[in-house]
Design a protein around this ligand. Sequence first.
Ligand code: ADP
Length: 171
Amino acid sequence: MKIAIYPGSFDPITLGHLNLIKRASNTFDHVIVAIMVNSNKKPLFTFEERLRQVKTVVAKFPNVEVDSFAGLVAEYAKSKSACVVVRGLRAMSDFERECQMALINKKINPDLETFFLAADEKYMYLSSSAVKELARFGASLLDFAPREISDEIHEKVKNEQEVTRHGQRSQ
Ligand code: ADP
């Protein structure tokens, strides 16, 4: 059985991520979407929120599982008997970082291959950061984020803005 892992921060999961998950699930026997808990970035959503969101959104794919991990992708892959890491490539700017990661992962776990999927042209420009920015300006997320979690994203950025405003007032 060919098991692939798709690691990421998913803060939050976007239609670009979902497109990759769908294509990976058509290609591999089993796909594990793995949420990184030790990312350097300060996330908008807690780890528990992201886990719930991703689980909700991928429930329709029978061969997709959602998990989380801390530590190295290469070692996590080994623990899951995965032979492939799936990553997405949007612009050239993704390429350098992704290539470096693929080489490091290969060094740590020589049995692990990284498969790069080119972003669908519809989602080439799409990132979790763009989704958060759009939500901060109250824009519709219909073309960018899964329908099931759009309201939650709007709600979260609204709370974030209120906390910031409150902080500024009390200074
Ligand atoms: P990370 O913090 O590891 O970059 P992300 O959740 O931002 O985590 O992204 C996970 C993976 O999904 C990365 O390989 C990234 O390039 C890819 N990705 C993100 N957005 C898109 C998109 N719109 N289309 C295709 N791939 C994407």
